[in-house]
Design a binder for this molecule. Structure first.
Ligand SMILES: NC(=O)c1ccc[n+]([C@@H]2O[C@H](COP(=O)([O-])OP(=O)(O)OC[C@H]3O[C@@H](n4cnc5c(N)ncnc54)[C@H](O)[C@@H]3O)[C@@H](O)[C@H]2O)c1
Length: 320
């Protein structure tokens, strides 16, 4: 199934489902892949993707590109999870002012979210996604057989996030290809008129991320998806605390728990100074205000603006 995603600025991304075949790309294409995959053709194999989403990782890959005399028509292929795709996409956007790149996501989270939509990023100074660009891959190749022995709950957290904020039906299709197609369709619909997050539509995809990114830094053992699940619940509870209105927590909580996600984030509220410091470094924050997208019920989302003091009062109320 070929589908062309039309993006702004004349970018187009082709989404296909099928097995990766090295021979279908030009021979001079350079491949960067997660070492865990143990691929048997020439490539740069990298370990520990999230910590490599850094200037150090940029240096490693850039050295590889220079060593292989990459030039403006060299294409890159990134095979791995969301962290590797974010990193390679970022390099593709800056190396010689831009190379074509292809995404081959190998985790559910990367298939349903990170490969789609054109955001690339690296972390710096303990700040998540501080540097980045909007630079979509030319193609995305999805092979859900990669997922056979993986824990899928993190990827499902991102799908629940999209459904919770944008749809009144929270049903996740049991078939993985169907699940990925649903998520890609939904994400494209959300970003269609707000490719660069200029008007606010795309911001609904950031639900759970203001707390979630801070949680991820506070507890590096958390997967990205689990951190976002905690973030969704924390932002939801904060909204109820600040507005004194019921936001149907039981529906969100049940959906996350059914997918094997943990729901008790209270331990992440103990170091409040560190939490607020990290939240204020979020791209959506100003010096004094924070923002999250929350929903009163499935599909009924709105933007919540709050202050560090609100977070402090909320966290203290949770520990009573
Ligand atoms: N660009 C975007 O729009 C966007 C959206 C959502 C998330 N993200 C980013 O994606 C990252 C999270 O992605 P992720 O959840 O894929 O995490 P990840 O990339 O860190 O991968 C998680 C783990 O899975 C392993 N892995 C990868 N493929 C595997 C396979 N086939 N079998 C077994 N293990 C495999 C990796 O080695 C890693 O240990 C974060 O950095 C997040 O910021 C980006």
């Amino acid at each position: 199934m070929y589908k062309t995603i039309h993006c702004q600025r004349d970018f187009k991304t082709l989404v296909d489902f099928g097995q990766f075949n090295r021979d279908s790309y030009p021979p001079e294409t350079l491949i960067i892949a997660d070492a865990i995959l143990g691929l048997d053709f020439p490539h740069l194999a990298l370990d520990a993707p999230e910590s490599l989403k850094s200037w150090h990782g940029v240096g490693l890959i850039t050295d590889y590109l220079i060593q292989h005399q990459a030039h403006r028509s060299t294409q890159l292929i990134a095979i791995g999870g969301g962290a590797l795709l974010d990193l390679v996409g970022f390099i593709a956007s800056i190396y010689m002012r831009g190379l074509n790149w292809h995404a081959v996501p190998t985790t559910l989270l990367a298939m349903v979210d990170a490969s789609v939509g054109g955001k690339t990023a690296i972390n710096h100074n303990n700040i998540k996604n501080l540097f980045g660009s909007f630079y979509p891959p030319s193609s995305i190749l999805i092979d859900t057989s990669h997922l056979a022995n993986q824990n899928l709950s993190g990827g499902k957290a991102e799908v629940i996030k999209m459904l919770w904020t944008s749809s009144d039906d929270l049903t996740l299709p049991p078939d993985l290809d169907d699940l990925v197609k649903l998520a890609i369709t939904l994400k494209l619909k959300i970003i269609d008129h707000d490719w660069t997050e200029a008007t606010g539509n795309r911001a609904t995809l950031n639900a759970g991320h203001t707390f979630g990114h801070a949680f991820e830094r506070l507890d590096p053992s958390l997967s990205h998806g689990q951190a976002i699940a905690y973030g969704l619940l924390a932002e939801h509870d904060l909204a109820e605390f600040l507005t004194h209105k019921n936001h149907n927590r039981q529906i969100l909580e049940k959906n996350l728990a059914q997918q094997g996600l943990q729901i008790n984030y209270a331990y992440l509220l103990t170091d409040l100074d560190a939490l607020i410091d990290l939240m204020l470094k979020d791209k959506k924050a100003t010096k004094t205000t924070l923002r999250s997208t929350v929903a009163r019920s499935p599909g009924d989302s709105y933007r919540l603006t709050y202050t560090p003091d609100d977070v402090r009062r909320f966290a203290l109320s949770q520990s009573l």
